[in-house]
Design a protein around this ligand. Structure first.
Ligand code: NOJ
Ligand code: CA
Length: 562
């Protein structure tokens, strides 16, 4: 193990998983190989050379296990089988081999806060109160009265308790009614999970992404919660998860599984404070390795009160500072639960879509932390913005709509937010070419292809040296060649500037200067660090006007100087 010099980020031990550039694939929407309208593993196999060409080094694929698809694979009915719509175990083996042959690592999504209600464990568990699987889930006998309210993300009424006649009891589901929470207090459940992890680790997967893991430890007496428990996402996490046993469970998982292979684990969600996140991933804790916090994802998620660049800079700078000497973060601007990157954080108008996509990828690939890029964002794919509820496929949108209606919410505000932030925005098919279904399928796609695929697509961008796609490749190459972008310290410049995000990254005797104009206004700024950084390494426009220590940044211009 190599330790960094003192001059560099003390404490940041070099690890292969810190150096990864992760490409996230939503398998249902990437490439359909058999014309049934659903993306599949063979489709991904067909595109391995494309993935390699991006310069990414790891692939995370959303769940591919057997599932009735109430929540598109996040409701698993068999953790050792591949969903037939996606292919077979032989396809999986071929995919893993194909990735490894290209030097690309594979991250498996592991969804073990809950299973599907169609999992054999749950079928057994619900069948009788004395079934040996009864304690695999959280049951509340009805003779004790109605259990205290718990929040459910995807329930039509927001109620996490579902009454089940068969045994006159309620079961707990923090997510959809078909996603019952597993009972981690039961050592047999934990052993089952470790066995599943061994199964996949022995197949050769290189990492696990632990879905909703902060919720596995909860107060199983289910006391009444104080009023403030619903005041924002952080409160929900605090009162529904991050319970007293989270760390013992994670240490057990580390001892039993993670420490036995050269693998890493990333936690989805990281509690509600910096300290919570550190406690999950700091080196000496031997629990998880990478924290995937939600504060960035939640910033300004309200059409009537969007975020400002100042808030964005403060947030990312504060997280970086907190993790400057121990613990490790991921950096992401989109995923399958968020809107499209350029629609959310950039400017997806025809005029600025390409340049602002390149700016956002500049940020993503020059920050400290392991970058996670979401498929299609290398092209600048945009939100589809379905206008009517009938067009939505996502259980979150559909049940959220029903709940808002039942609550008498202002449906105009609800729809305006749904149109902008719905998860379906990022789940439309990959845009490979300008043909009718964007080269995604020869059949009817499971969700509409975005009409703008005639303009935004891989084929068109391959041949344009200035396309977002080719710019993305320049950035991944730069990050792979310069460890300063991985491990180097980060210093925010111009902290008060409302439109410009500027920072340096430095490690030993190497340093880089990153300058990004997050607005449609041209700015001329004075930056003393320009004197020491004269070489333009990457630029998202054709020109770069620097005179001494003054630079002019045109709308959405982003440059990396060395
Ligand atoms: C988080 C996943 O990212 C999301 O897509 C899913 O719906 C929930 N966890 C429940 O598994
Ligand atoms: Ca298919």
């Amino acid at each position: 193990m190599q330790v960094m010099s003192d001059a560099a980020s003390q404490g940041h031990i070099q690890k292969w998983w810190k150096e990864q550039i992760v490409y996230q694939i939503y398998p249902r929407s990437f490439k359909d190989s058999n014309g049934d309208g659903v993306g599949d593993l063979s489709g991904i196999i067909d595109k391995l050379d494309y993935i390699k060409s991006l310069g990414v080094t790891s692939v995370w694929i959303n769940p591919i296990y057997a599932s009735p698809n109430d929540d598109n694979g996040y409701d698993i009915s068999d953790y050792r089988a591949i969903m037939p719509e996606f292919g077979t175990m032989a396809d999986f083996d071929e995919l893993l081999e194909g990735l490894h042959a290209r030097g690309i690592k594979f991250i498996m999504d592991l969804v073990v806060n809950h299973s599907s209600d169609e999992h054999e464990w749950f079928k057994q568990s619900r069948s009788s109160r004395d079934n040996p699987y009864r304690d695999y889930y959280h049951w509340w006998p009805a003779e004790k009265g109605k259990p205290n309210w718990r929040w459910s993300y995807f329930d039509e009424r927001g109620d996490a308790w579902k009454y089940d006649e068969q045994t006159d009891s309620y079961y707990l589901h923090y997510f959809a009614v078909k996603q019952p929470d597993l009972n981690w207090e039961n050592p047999k459940v934990r052993q089952e999970v470790y066995d599943i992890m061994h199964f996949w680790a022995q197949k050769g997967v290189d990492g696990f992404r632990l879905d909703a893991f902060q919720f596995v430890s909860k107060d199983t007496d289910f006391p009444q919660l104080p009023e403030e428990y619903m005041e924002g996402k952080q409160q929900i996490i605090k009162y529904h998860g991050m319970g007293p046993n989270i760390h013992p469970y994670l240490r057990e998982m580390y001892d039993e599984v993670l420490s036995k292979y050269d693998v890493f684990a990333v936690s989805e969600g990281a509690g509600s404070t910096f300290q919570d996140a550190h406690d999950l991933v700091d080196t000496h804790r031997n629990e998880l390795q990478i924290a995937y916090h939600f504060e960035g994802a939640e910033l300004g998620k309200n059409v009537d009160n969007p975020h400002t660049l100042l808030e964005f800079k403060q947030l990312y700078s504060a997280w970086d500072e907190s993790f400057s000497s121990d613990g490790w973060l991921s950096i992401f601007l989109a995923n399958h639960d968020m809107s499209r990157m350029v629609s959310r954080w950039g400017n997806d108008s025809e005029e600025y879509r390409e340049v602002s996509t390149k700016l956002l990828n500049t940020f993503l690939l020059t920050m400290r932390g392991t970058p996670f890029t979401y498929f299609g964002d290398e092209l600048g794919m945009t939100n589809i913005r379905f206008q009517t509820i009938e067009e939505y496929k996502d259980i979150d949108a559909i049940n959220g709509y029903k709940k808002a209606q039942a609550d008498g919410a202002d449906m105009d505000t609800f729809m305006r937010n749904l149109i902008e932030y719905s998860r379906d925005n990022s789940r439309t098919p990959m845009q490979w070419d300008a043909s009718p279904q964007a080269g995604f399928t020869t059949g009817e796609p499971w969700i509409n292809v975005h009409a703008n695929h005639s303009v935004i697509n891989v084929e068109a961008q391959e041949t344009d040296p200035h396309s977002p796609l080719n710019h993305f490749r320049e950035l991944t190459a730069l990050r792979q060649q310069h460890k300063v972008l991985v491990y180097g310290d980060y210093d925010l410049l111009l902290p008060e500037h409302e439109d410009i995000y500027a920072y340096t990254r430095y490690l030993d005797d190497e340093s880089m200067l990153v300058l990004m104009n997050f607005s449609a206004i041209t700015h001329t700024v004075h930056i003393p660090q320009l004197q020491a950084h004269t070489k333009v390494l990457v630029n998202n426009t054709t020109e770069c006007v620097i005179e001494g220590d003054v630079i002019t940044l045109t709308p959405y211009q982003a440059v990396v100087l060395g």
